[in-house]
Ligand binder design. Sequence first.
Ligand code: SF4
Length: 108
Amino acid sequence: MKIGLVRCETAMRSCPGTACFAAIKNRTGSFSEFAGDDIDIIGMISCGGCPGRDAPRQVKEMIRRGAEVIFICTCLIKPIPHPPKCAYVDEIADAISALGVRVVMGTH
Ligand code: SF4
């Protein structure tokens, strides 16, 4: 399965993505559903900064390159690695869904 990840621009300044990559490798968190699947990571993009308008444009490119499922990283849906939680996550996820790709909320 080919996947893409969308992360928070602010969070990426302090988070190297280790927990996301560990969840992919170990098939934990949101990846437990895909325990029997090979996973190819097409890309890991940032939202581009508030209000996240770069995300759909970059996801479109990941879809063009084969991404079948897009994961909204946990940094958008919980206040980690630091608050506040993203105020735009629902509209970012809706805009990505509108591209016709499956969206999964959260990673680890
Ligand atoms: S829009 Fe959300 S995900 Fe993007 S930088 Fe702002 S808080 Fe982070």
